[in-house]
Ligand binder design. Structure first.
Ligand SMILES: [Zn+2]
Length: 299
């Protein structure tokens, strides 16, 4: 079954909820990047948070969530864009995908310790105009709380964020999450109630593992409040890398470095950090890039 996200709002306009299942996305990322279990929990939560926030994108907008922490993972990146009006494409990577650390004292993946202290950078690129960049300090490194911190500080939106990845040595069992946001004009009791309901419900990954659909997660979080306007999205692993972008990245190395590679290696390999696709560039092709850099060949 493909990953899905659904969004809905309270009939009285006091809050909105977006919830989804990302098991296939996280499983694919886990396999492509050969992630450790702790790295898959951390990156899986970030990918899930990005996909959920991606439900607010329009047209060709893009959003990148970058966790810059001083922990052993050395940072994480997740990036989302719409593949089609109702299809959210997501991709991401961990700087140190193989890092494994012991479980925490609650017997859970110690994502907070693996991420460490630092900042969450959120870049939102629009179809026209300058991108919006929001930077907030990490609250705990557990990702969900950090995204809630971003929504509170940069967007002034009080929210409840629950993200999870259930994994063991056999791989990724379940992944998903939910974000409930208090809408403008609602009073403080709304957030308190959402927090109470979220605190009392079983972990989202357990609900998903037991067969819950995104609609069930939305319902569980809404409690007894009637909902309206359910919108549905499909989530896919999607990378935007192309050979052209790889060449642009190579050009960034500069003429001297490129010349050195031409002399030392008959062919060079560039690997996309998001999807791990390998691009082979021969020394002839590299020489062509150098010529382009020097303006001898029209680019
Ligand atoms: Zn790629």
């Amino acid at each position: 079954m493909p990953d899905r996200i659904v969004s809905a709002s309270a009939a009285d306009g006091s809050f909105s909820i977006v919830a989804g299942i990302t098991t296939v996305l996280v499983r694919e990322t886990y396999a492509r990047h050969q992630l450790s279990l702790t790295a898959s929990a951390a990156l899986g939560r970030l990918l899930t948070g990005a996909a959920l926030l991606g439900a607010s994108l329009k047209g060709r907008e893009r959003m990148t969530l970058q966790v810059a922490g001083d922990g052993p993972l050395r940072g994480l990146v997740a990036d989302v864009a719409l593949q089609a009006p109702d299809v959210i494409g997501a991709r991401g990577y961990a700087r140190r995908p193989d890092i494994e650390i012991p479980l925490n004292d609650r017997n859970k993946f110690d994502v907070g310790a693996a991420v460490g202290k630092g900042f969450l950078h959120v870049t939102r690129s629009f179809e026209v105009g300058q991108p919006y960049v929001g930077i907030v300090p990490l609250r705990s490194g557990e990702i969900g709380e950090d995204i809630a911190g971003y929504l509170a500080h940069s967007q002034q939106i009080p929210s409840v964020v629950a993200l999870g990845v259930l994994a063991n040595r056999d791989g990724i069992k379940a992944s998903g999450g939910a974000i409930a946001q208090v809408l403008p004009g609602a009073d403080e009791a709304v957030l308190e109630k959402l927090e109470r309901v979220a605190g009392a419900m079983p972990p989202v990954t357990r609900q998903i593992d037991e067969g819950a659909a995104p609609e069930d997660l939305v319902r569980a979080l809404a409690g007894d409040v009637p909902l309206r306007a359910v919108h549905e999205y499909e989530v896919q692993f999607a990378c935007r890398c192309t050979r052209e972008r790889v060449e642009v990245a190579l050009l960034g190395l500069g003429r001297d470095e490129l010349r050195k590679i031409v002399i030392e290696q008959p062919r060079t390999e560039a690997v996309c950090e998001f999807c791990k696709k390998r691009y082979v560039v021969t020394s002839d092709e590299l020489q062509h890039l150098i010529d382009r850099l020097e303006g001898r060949v029209p680019g």
